[in-house]
Design a protein around this ligand. Sequence first.
Ligand code: AMP
Length: 212
Amino acid sequence: MNLVLMGPPGAGKGTQGEILSKRLGINTISTGVMLRTAIKEQTEIGKSVEKLINAGQLVPDDVMVELIKERLQKPDCANGFILDGFPRTTAQAEALTDSGVKIDKVLSLEVDDEKIVERLSSRRECSKCGAPYNVISNKPENEGKCDKCGGELIQRADDNLDTIKNRLNIYHEQTEPIKEYYKKAGLLVTAKGEERFEDTTRNVAKALGLEV
Ligand code: AMP
């Protein structure tokens, strides 16, 4: 299955992507994780996108399209993949179609803006492997430490109030129109993002026609 996960920042794409990845036996490709890794390692791309990301702006389409095309050619994507964070503009969605990558389903996680602001301020992620946590709804077993790799949990630089509002505006203006693009292609399904991630997981399974 080649799946695209959509939804505003903090809708639960990272968490549900991880769960689906285990269940379906395919990798999640998160452009946000790829870019943050590039920043951490101070690669050329990392240096060029750092300011944009910390301000909650989008990275230019041509940079993203090249990055994802290269990534999807790697052998671990041969049996399927889950895209988290790409495409984020209609131009990116069109470029993906034009590159011949076949998408089977696009799942949009639906969460109200007020909930998003609340959630993003309690969100954390592993500084080593990028696994997602939330200090209210998805706590690690040991405070401040990743369950998977023991890495330190940190708050993202772009999870502050001004940047969160900016990212939400950009989502509504530039990313949400993609829903219409995929709806026309008959690929769009939606699931409500709930307070408890387990409830969202159930909605996601139903939307994708998986056993609940
Ligand atoms: P995310 O982890 O998906 O919230 O992404 C974090 C940030 O990375 C976004 O706010 C953007 O600045 C950048 N980014 C990630 N994916 C894309 C994309 N497909 N197009 C443009 N910018 C992106």
